[in-house]
Write a protein that binds this ligand. Structure first.
Ligand code: SF4
Length: 345
């Protein structure tokens, strides 16, 4: 039976499920201050034991069942996904799933040698998004907090390009007081390269990054800062549910995007589910709890039973955190939101 044609599951707000973000590890070699601040994720932090991680075959099986509910696009995330061994094997298995038409990965490019970029490409990876929050060494190292050189990340970007990843995106989280001075240097660096630079509003993901609204530079401010020096104009989305707001340089220098979760929410057509590295399904980036699939899977559940659970999880989904941000009363009972390093961005 062709899994892809089985169900077209929608949630309580009639949103279909098209994207699955798969975290393959909660580990990372960076300690970015807006995601894995060292004071929490430093010495003594207990990462998930390897045996508790979903096996690659288990990830592929669960993804196949999600494809049965309408998933077409799979994004591999972490932590830092390239820390997980045998990624190429996983990508090959994902590539062979009926209905999955696009496999991408978000990485900090710190391990993206030309050889790895080529083997990921050969395994079937379609696209790579690279996280880079500054172009000058001092700011970059202040944000990644592991003294990792920016030149190595830029080399990773070149390697990905040389390996044939010609639709690349670079994501930069901008936090007031940390890297707003990097906005124009980043734009100037990627101008005319064909790489789409996307600025991400600093988000209150998890509960460890000391988020506050004061430190958010809104997309409107970002557009103003860039437009003053490098005139830009807005573009129509490529498809409904596209995460980034698309703009382009008026003189043809390429595209630049803005991910506006804080100031212009996009929950209305959010079609993204997230699978954590330990097999929990989260129906929102800002969720507090996920629903476990690993237990049933390892207890011998059939595809039918697991697929029914996936359908139930999505069809009961009501999430629209960004739309309601600030309106949801927070009490001592409010469970902490899941950390981004557990479910990917
Ligand atoms: S806040 Fe949640 S529901 Fe809204 S767009 Fe983000 S992941 Fe989707």
């Amino acid at each position: 039976m062709n899994e892809a044609a089985k169900y077209q599951t929608t949630d309580t707000l009639d949103r279909s499920i098209r994207d699955l973000r798969v975290s393959v590890t909660d580990r990372c070699n960076f300690r970015c201050i807006y995601c894995m601040p060292r004071e929490i994720f430093g010495t003594g932090y207990k990462f998930v034991p390897r045996n508790d991680l979903l096996k690659l075959e288990e990830i592929a099986r669960i993804t196949r069942l999600f494809a049965g509910h309408g998933v077409r696009k799979v994004r591999i995330t972490g932590g830092e996904p390239m820390i997980r061994r045998n990624l190429e094997r996983l990508i090959e298995m994902l590539r062979d799933i009926d209905g999955v038409t696009d496999i991408s990965m978000t990485t900090n490019a710190s391990m993206l040698t030309l050889k790895r970029a080529q083997s990921l490409r050969a395994a079937g990876l379609n696209r790579i998004n690279i996280s880079l929050d500054a172009i000058d060494e001092q700011t970059f190292q202040r944000i990644n907090d592991v003294d990792f050189p920016v030149a190595k990340v830029l080399e990773g970007i070149d390697n990905a390009h040389a390996a044939g990843f010609d639709t690349m995106k670079v994501n930069a989280v901008i936090r007031r007081g940390y890297n707003e001075h990097s906005i124009l240097p980043l734009a100037q660096h990627f101008y005319g390269t064909g790489i789409v630079l996307r600025f991400i509003e600093f988000m209150d993901v998890g509960t460890t990054n000391k988020w506050n609204l004061e430190e958010v530079i809104s997309a409107a401010e970002l557009v103003e800062i860039i437009d003053k020096e490098m005139p830009i104009e807005s573009l129509q989305p490529n498809y409904s549910g596209e995460v980034a707001k698309r703009w382009r340089y008026s003189d043809g220098g390429g595209e630049v995007g803005f991910i506006t979760s804080v100031t212009q929410s996009f929950c209305g057509d959010c079609s993204r589910a997230r699978l954590s590295a330990v097999g929990k399904v989260y129906t929102c980036l800002f969720a507090a709890t996920g629903q476990d699939l690993r237990g049933m899977l390892r207890a011998g559940a059939s595809d039918e039973e697991l697929s029914r659970l996936i359908g139930r999880i999505w069809s009961q989904r009501e999430d629209r955190y960004s739309e309601l941000r600030g309106q949801i009363p927070v009490t001592t009972e409010t469970p902490p939101r899941v950390e981004m390093s557990h479910i990917g961005g």
